[in-house]
Ligand binder design. Structure first.
Ligand SMILES: Cc1cc2nc3c(=O)[nH]c(=O)nc-3n(C[C@H](O)[C@H](O)[C@H](O)COP(=O)(O)OP(=O)(O)OC[C@H]3O[C@@H](n4cnc5c(N)ncnc54)[C@H](O)[C@@H]3O)c2cc1C
Length: 301
């Protein structure tokens, strides 16, 4: 039976795709979005928004044309038997289909109680990092993945002396030797220095990093770009199967009937174990599949 009451938790790339595709596929029932934040298109945060405050508005999403009931609250629990999602404003929201699209948050490496760690996940994070760059002369970026190198490039372009620290060679795992070497050579021409080591944050508030051999690198700005963690805490005790994220099949179905998941929060079982792919195109693809599955339609229509 086709649902008439769909709740989507999380309204950024994956959730927004679900909302849009449900409507474009002809769904006319009730559509509720639960999200305490405005939907955000994150890729520009480490590119245009780090360079220019004027780009901030362009990343915020607007779902108002989709006849969506917007609940500006955080989901705190899922009662599958009762088919409700509870929120931190004390309300409960009934559904006959639920899409979990609560994404991920930046992983942090600060010690308990240590203040001043910078990460980059939200518009506020990007604003904070950009403002710190504006009156700094040195930066250390922990993590040499895509995000770390983008932040390093923004810092170098802003005129800072930049060191990137990672236990692994930059981008090699993601891109292989050839491309990774080419990108690093380009980064080096911008004055970015690479150090191969683990790094712990130093000082409170943070004022540098300590490498594995004890060497200390002081810096005006330190940004941790060490990956992300799926936002699944609100689902604890719900019976939803998780394994480094909410486990879904090829149709975005979870182990619970009428509950689907999409985007950075979702993980797919493979022969090599649970795999989560926290990339924009994956969030869109999951969102499209989830919308089709909710309506019992094939994906390619
Ligand atoms: C700075 C940055 C740059 C990036 N650049 C690229 C790039 O160049 N290319 C690329 O492919 N990918 C990039 N990515 C990754 C890409 O942005 C993500 O894969 C994508 O944002 C995932 O979308 P999502 O909707 O699954 O999750 P998210 O974007 O994390 O959205 C989750 C939503 O859920 C909401 N939410 C969380 N918890 C709750 C709760 N309890 N209740 C209700 N709502 C909740 C949040 O407020 C948020 O709106 C980048 C990511 C970042 C942070």
């Amino acid at each position: 039976m086709s649902p008439s009451d769909v709740v989507v938790v999380g309204g950024s790339t994956a959730g927004a795709t679900v909302l849009r595709d449900l409507r474009s596929r002809g769904y006319e029932g009730r559509l509720t979005l639960v999200d305490p934040e405005p939907g955000t298109n994150r890729p520009p945060l480490s590119k245009a928004v780090l360079a220019d405050a004027a780009a901030e508005d362009s990343v915020l999403m607007d779902h108002s044309s989709l006849d969506v009931e917007l609940v500006r609250a955080r989901a705190t629990g899922l009662d599958h038997a009762g088919r409700t999602v509870s929120t931190d404003d004390g309300a409960a929201h009934r559904f006959d289909a639920l899409v979990v699209a609560s994404g991920s948050r930046a992983r942090r490496i600060a010690a308990r109680g240590q203040t001043g760690e910078l990460v980059l996940r939200t518009v506020e994070d990007a604003r904070r990092v950009r403002e710190r760059f504006s009156d700094a002369s040195t930066a250390v970026i922990v993590g040499a993945g895509f995000l770390g190198l983008e932040v390093a490039t923004a810092a170098a372009t802003a005129g800072l002396r930049v060191t990137v620290v990672d236990v692994a060679p930059p981008l090699q795992r993601l891109l292989g030797d050839h491309l990774a070497t080419a990108i690093c050579e380009r980064a080096t021409t911008l004055g970015i220095d690479f150090r191969r080591s683990g790094a712990g944050l130093m000082g409170d508030p943070v004022r540098g990093v300590r490498l594995d051999d004890g060497e200390e690198l002081a810096a005006d700005v330190v940004v941790s770009c060490v990956g992300d963690e799926p936002v699944t805490d609100w689902l604890h005790g719900s019976g939803l199967e998780t394994d480094h994220g909410v486990v879904i099949d090829d149709h975005a179905r979870t182990n619970l009937s009428d509950v689907y998941a999409a985007g950075d929060v979702a993980t797919v079982r493979t022969p090599d174990g649970a795999v989560r792919r926290p990339f924009w195109a994956n969030a869109v693809a999951h969102g499209r599949v989830a919308a089709a599955t909710v309506l019992g339609q094939p994906v390619d229509t």
